[in-house]
Design a protein around this ligand. Structure first.
Ligand SMILES: [Zn+2]
Length: 131
């Protein structure tokens, strides 16, 4: 709302018409604007111009570049990263888990040696095979 109440005798401001189109006007003002538009060709022309302008903007935005199917997910993930610097998405989490697993295997092989791990592995395989 622009703060001034629309009345029947004055022309509608572009802001009032924009709010009218966006369903942001109180119902009593919508009624006044409806009545004014019925009798004022100038405001009706301005309303038509605004409708055409917004339709053109929509068309340009829709045709400017194709959005990926998961566009909303990408926006949410990027927004989450903006507010939470340590936010991990599912892809980053998978990479972290994979790197941790590889490092764990190297650490185990370094400390115990592959030859000592084989009997332990064989024991677990034997236990697993009993089920
Ligand atoms: Zn008017």
């Amino acid at each position: 709302m622009n703060g001034t109440k629309q009345d029947l005798t004055t022309h509608c401001s572009p802001i009032v018409l924009q709010e009218y189109l966006d369903d942001e006007l109180p119902q009593d003002e919508v009624t006044v604007v409806d009545r004014h538009l019925f009798m004022c060709t100038e405001c009706k022309a301005e309303l038509t111009r605004q409708i055409s302008l917004f339709a053109d903007i929509d068309t340009v935005l829709e045709n400017s570049f194709p959005l990926p199917v998961d566009f909303a997910d990408i926006v949410v993930a990027n927004a989450a990263r903006q507010f939470h610097p340590f936010y991990f998405g599912i892809r980053e989490m998978m990479v972290v888990i994979l790197v941790a697993a590889v490092l764990s295997i190297f650490a185990i092989l370094t400390f115990f040696g592959a030859a000592e791990l084989l009997p332990i592995t064989a024991r677990y395989v034997a236990i697993w095979n009993t089920f």
